[in-house]
Design a protein around this ligand. Sequence first.
Ligand code: CTP
Length: 403
Amino acid sequence: MLNGKRILLIVSGGIAAVKVPDLIRRLRERGASVRCVLTKGGAQFVTPLTLAALSGQKIYQDLFSLTDEAEMGHIQLSRDADILLVAPATADIMAKMSAGIADDLATTALLATDKPVMIAPSMNVMMWTHPATQANLETLKSRAVEVIGPGAGDLACGEVGDGRLAEVKDIIAALSRFFQRQTSEGALARMRVLVTSGPTHEPIDPVRYISNRSSGKQGHAIAAALADLGAQVTLIAGPTTEPDPDGVKVVRVETAAQMLKATREGLPCDIAVCAAAVADWHVADASKTKIKKGGTPPRINLAPNPDILATLAQPGPQRPGLVIGFAAETGDVIEKAKLKRAAKDCDWIIANDVSPGSGTFGGDNNTVHVISAANVESWPTMKKREVAEKLAAAIAAHAAKFL
Ligand code: CTP
């Protein structure tokens, strides 16, 4: 999404400016070109030389620089980009933007631009929650300035609360979503999608449970990739340390029974992707109190869990138009997955090898085969994020024809 995009990055003066080099690096990795305007305050935290080395471009700092104006006027600078991103955006630059003040190169470019503007605020929590900043924020939002973050947590000033610069990956995700919306209005716009992800925990007693090695990385990445294409995504997530993807409604559950309930509550939907590694059994007689270790070891009686994928794929008025399952196999992957697809009546099954040594569970890569009734497509090993993007694109192509 960011390949070939031209970003005018305005770096204003906050401690979070130290994260800007990483942001530039990640944007360039994705094929974007980054031209930086550095305010006087910004230059207190990050040097023009660092930004120039990482962006591979000249850094613009001075409104009245004869050379800069001769090479590229400040108006041109603000127009010669696909988007203006202010990161970090201080309370001061937000106030100036809101009031239309143009007293340096950054604020002049922001006032003179005819391009969309995004800001990633970063400041002390009291400055952020101050009515003046909040009023400025509302003014900026009413002018279609898109706001990324800020996040909550420990602040550089030693206080805790809202005001942390959004994570670099979240800024990149927001930019990608912006360009996605711009190019296609979202190939999955208005589509309702359910995604299950992560493992489930089936309690033995209040402190112990049965589970599996699923990390939720693949399912969460799929939810994010579908949201990037404009879908309204509900992610039903088992216990996982994966962060909630941006732009996705997340329902956190623990057990298979809760996952089924949340899935049912998410119906009707157009597309369902069951990426969760749902435990096949639960403990039939889970103890309400902690089982003590004295005496003979306890017997655990297992009872089958409901099959969420098979339930969703059952024919009926609420069946989503496209139901996709996963098949985690160890050996004879394609053959076993074909049988699983037919048995569960889903439209596609994404088969992957989870043998020890494959690195699939918990790892960043995945090698999958996409199996439908008529076809088997084997994809090369890719990052889970790339698998998610390719799958989202395949879903969008299918939806354009059939949903
Ligand atoms: N699945 C589900 N509910 C279950 C079990 C599995 O929705 N109770 C879904 C998974 O989300 C996945 C697919 O079914 O999309 C296949 O899961 P997998 O664990 O590979 O297969 P199982 O049906 O559990 O069969 P087996 O463990 O015997 O291979």
